[in-house]
Ligand binder design. Sequence first.
Ligand code: ZN
Ligand code: ZN
Length: 218
Amino acid sequence: MPSTRTHAPRGALVFDMRQLGRQAGSALTQTRIVPAPDDLRLELIGVPVGSDVALEVRFEAVSEGVLATGTVIAPLAGECARCLAPLSSSVTAGFQELYLYADGRHDKHDKHDKHDKHDKHDEQEEQDAEELYYLDGDLLDLEPVFRDAVVLALPMSPLCQEDCPGLCAECGAPLADAGPGHRHEAAADPRWAALKQLNDTENNHQDRRAGAIDLQEG
Ligand SMILES: [Zn+2]
Ligand SMILES: [Zn+2]
């Protein structure tokens, strides 16, 4: 069966750095509309897969790599954390990440092979290296940085409106629709009062009958 997961076409978040060059200080700004990859979501809200996400990135050549600084504006769809009504909004996320030239990485591996006594230090360095980003030749894959930035910016408790009153604790009706007069005061309605009286009377009768049975048995 074909997968139903939609992936952004490979390359939508890959940028070619040939135009930037390696001259420290040179800079390049690019804007793109990219289709949202999947899994950009938290429990209640997320970026609809394939929706248009606006991206602006400034690439700046520095001595050890390329500094990517950018802004993402993505549409959001989800539900209100208080009243569960569907809602749509948007999120703006910023990021700044250094992508290292990959040739520097090979130098480190050579050192590691040659100097055994530095093993422990180099292991630590390699652990740190897992969180570093590298250029792949002239290509810079922005997806992991883009993904982290958007997910971090998603609201944990999205609200349909800032002062959403939520749901009625007694009947579950959305209070925003029910209006400010929504109440559950039984005494306010004479029909409820009459019914309550009837119930009380019946309970009394039952009590007396139960008492009578007790007497007979005793
Ligand atoms: Zn709400
Ligand atoms: Zn209610």
